[in-house]
Write a protein that binds this ligand. Structure first.
Ligand SMILES: *Cc1c(COP(=O)(O)O)cnc(C)c1O
Length: 394
């Protein structure tokens, strides 16, 4: 018998040869703009903590209180005995925030997509995806016998072509798209998608992972940003990014919720989130309902940071959101750039092939509301220094 480890090691080695192994860094404390990472004090530019909520006193306090009142765990899966009043309250709070009839809360955004999509699209249906959709959508689509089609990234002519070619062929047709695309920080044309979908009798499923807390009034997300309330059948999102905690959700009609909670295996067969997590999620939404200061701040920081990068001669690609890539071209340059920055005390990850196309390597920076101007100026100074050293800018 061949030892399992030797088979696995061969695979790992092949990744190593291509320089594709993850080198996972350790955060030694909270995720804040000045974080300690692998023993080094750095300015954090690669967290998705857009509003700085993961270390917010109101969320921490809510979590602590929930532990005292409800304990450390929930005791069961949601469907059996793991639905506490907290879980229900959270679903109500999300539905109100997203202006939908109801909402279902999952363990994560990943399990929302991988659990809901294979139930919403079954044999005889058609799932149409933007080519750059997130991996959790791709996995959800792979778990079903529904027909599949892809349209070119944000290309409405191509979406129309796919809808036209499949006209009348499927029982249900879904158009599935990320709201904000995580590699480039560009925004899906959801209004046009919704219009086309209506024209062809298709439903829309949007993944708002990077729009939650960022886009729309008080950070209500992409549906609010485009004033599409009532027109998006499945409004999916996550608490692990802008909302600063963990968990996924799908907001929509009461019937959608009832359908999903009876059908999604990732809802039915996994222990529910512990009280601390749920209470912190509620606190995040309640805070945003009351006050949009942090949403305004992340945009203010984004505008400043992006403006300064352009001023210094960097190319920030297609970005329209706090996700700000610095386009560098070759993978090797992006990797070197990230290493040099880390040595200078700035933490930003390289994004290289195959995560993005060949020649489109970049480092990806992400703004948060918690960064001070001083943090940003420090980071900008180091980015310029490394950029000059590597001949990216003059
Ligand atoms: C991060 C992300 C997810 C997964 O969300 P989690 O709650 O972290 O599992 C899903 N979709 C997109 C677009 C994401 O960026």
């Amino acid at each position: 018998m061949v030892a399992l480890d030797s088979i696995l090691a061969a695979e790992v080695n092949s990744l190593r040869e291509k320089d594709l192994l993850w080198n996972i860094k350790q955060l030694q404390g909270p995720s804040v703009p000045r974080s300690k990472v692998d023993g080094k004090d750095v300015v954090m530019l690669c967290s998705n903590n857009y509003l700085g909520l993961s270390d917010h006193p109101a969320l921490k306090e809510a979590a602590i209180e929930a532990v005292k009142k409800y304990g450390a765990g929930s005791g069961s899966v949601r469907a059996i005995a793991g639905t506490m009043d907290l879980h229900i309250r959270l679903e109500e709070v999300i539905a109100k925030f997203k202006k939908t009839e109801d909402c279902i809360y999952y363990q994560s955004g990943f399990t929302a997509n991988s659990g809901a999509i294979p139930q919403l699209g079954v044999e005889g249906d058609l799932l149409i995806s933007d080519e750059l959709n997130h991996g959790s959508i791709i996995d959800g689509v792979r778990l079903t016998k529904a027909g599949r089609a892809i349209f070119k990234h944000k290309n409405m002519d191509d979406l129309k072509r796919v809808l036209e070619e499949n006209k009348g062929k499927a029982k249900k047709t879904w158009v599935i798209t990320d709201g904000v695309f995580s590699m480039d920080g560009d925004i899906a044309p959801l209004g046009e998608i919704s219009k086309l979908a209506q024209e062809y009798g298709a439903y829309v499923y949007v993944d708002d992972a990077h729009g939650d807390g960022v886009l729309g009034d008080h950070g209500r997300g992409i549906t609010d940003h485009f004033h599409l309330h009532g027109k998006i059948e499945a409004d999916m999102g996550t608490f692990s990014k802008g909302f600063g905690v963990a968990g996924g959700y799908i907001a929509g009609s009461k019937t959608l919720k009832e359908f999903l909670l009876n059908k999604s295996r990732t809802y039915l067969l996994t222990g529910s989130h512990p009280p601390a997590t749920v209470a912190a999620c509620i606190a995040a939404i309640e805070l945003l309902e009351k006050d949009d200061t942090l949403v305004k701040k992340v945009w203010e920081n984004t505008k400043y940071f992006k403006g300064e990068l352009k001023e210094k001669g960097f190319n920030t690609g297609e970005s329209e959101t706090p996700i700000t890539p610095i386009m560098l071209g070759e993978s090797a340059v992006a990797k070197k750039f990230s290493q040099e920055l880390f040595a200078e005390g700035v933490f930003a990850l390289p994004i290289v092939f195959p995560m993005v196309a060949q020649g489109k390597a970049r480092i990806r920076t992400m703004m948060t509301a918690a960064h001070t101007k001083e943090d940003l100026d420090f980071a900008l100074g180091k980015i310029e220094k490394v950029g000059q050293k590597l001949g990216v800018v003059k």
